[in-house]
Design a protein around this ligand. Structure first.
Ligand SMILES: NC(=O)c1ccc[n+]([C@@H]2O[C@H](COP(=O)([O-])OP(=O)(O)OC[C@H]3O[C@@H](n4cnc5c(N)ncnc54)[C@H](OP(=O)(O)O)[C@@H]3O)[C@@H](O)[C@H]2O)c1
Length: 265
């Protein structure tokens, strides 16, 4: 019996399988994908059919795109899931949707990882339904610990998680791309600009993590009175960047709520 059976061996499915195996080399992982080409190159034991995976795994992890969920659930509900724990990472799909297809007594966990999964630095928010015992939940947490940090949340918090840490990498890359463009205006070619920005970003984040200091305190550490950073920051304040960032996060939250409401129907 496999500890973990992964349905959908795409970007996230393969990252989760690898992260789990790195952290727990003895763990047994079984994978299944409807795209047979993906299974051919898989580094894990593969199942030929969904039934084979469902019958031979203790935990089933659904890692298909949200638009493929319904047809997958219709197939899955034909198998006995009584003693299984089902984990879904599909964005915007509420636990109630999974219960609707698989039955209210199924053990279901919803997880929102982020792009950090590809470098084992995801922050994965995890919520469970009432059928999941503490022991089941601990086993599920071990899987996502292989991808980075784990945060237990209530399901109602997942939309806000999506707007902050789910979309977060997108906001940060957007800002880095703007900085890279500005550095080119300051006279660097694209390659040099990228190197300067990337090293600066990595060092800044590492220092924030290592020191545990507030972000605002770290800003003060760089921006001395009447200095260059202060001159730059004045422009951000003049443009009320803070308000724009707040609006961006709240818009993402509104959209996450719209998407999950539409899916509940
Ligand atoms: N990427 C992220 O950063 C991120 C972050 C958080 C959450 N997520 C969630 O993670 C999930 C997977 O995303 P992804 O980027 O890994 O997608 P992906 O690369 O497209 O992988 C999904 C795989 O599942 C296969 N599949 C579809 N229906 C199936 C079925 N019924 N049975 C077996 N396999 C099936 C797909 O095959 P075909 O290609 O042939 O359709 C594809 O190989 C999504 O629900 C997404 O919301 C992603």
């Amino acid at each position: 019996m496999a500890d973990l059976g992964i349905i959908g061996y795409g970007n996230m499915g393969s990252a989760i399988a690898q992260g789990y195996k790195n952290k727990y080399p003895k763990a047994k992982v079984l994978v299944f994908d409807k795209d047979k080409a993906k299974l051919k190159i898989a580094k894990f034991k593969t199942a030929k059919f969904l039934k084979e995976l469902a019958e031979n795994s203790n935990i089933l992890l659904i890692a298909v795109k949200p638009q493929d969920i319904d047809s997958l659930l219709l197939e899955l509900k034909r198998f006995s899931l009584k003693d299984k724990t089902l984990i879904s990472i599909a964005a915007g799909i509420p636990i109630s949707r999974l219960e609707k297809f698989l039955g209210k007594d199924t053990k279901i966990i919803r997880v929102m990882p982020n792009l950090g999964a590809f470098v084992q630095r995801s922050i994965s928010a995890m919520a469970k339904n009432k059928n999941v015992s503490n022991k089941d939940f601990s086993s599920a947490k071990r899987i996502f610990a292989g991808l980075g940090k784990v945060l237990e949340v209530k399901e109602k918090e997942i939309n806000a998680i999506t707007a902050v840490s789910g979309s977060g990498p997108g906001y940060i890359y957007y800002f880095l791309a703007l900085l890279e463009k500005a550095a080119q205006k300051a006279g660097f070619d694209k390659e040099k600009a990228r190197r300067l920005i990337l090293e600066t970003a990595v060092a800044s984040v590492l220092l924030a993590e290592k020191s545990g200091m507030e972000f605002s305190e770290l800003v003060k550490k760089v921006a001395s009175k009447k200095g260059t950073t202060e001159a730059g920051l004045k422009e951000f304040k003049k443009a009320e960047l803070g308000k724009t960032v707040e609006k961006a996060v709240l818009s993402a939250l509104k959209r996450a709520k719209q998407i999950s409401r539409r899916i509940v129907d």
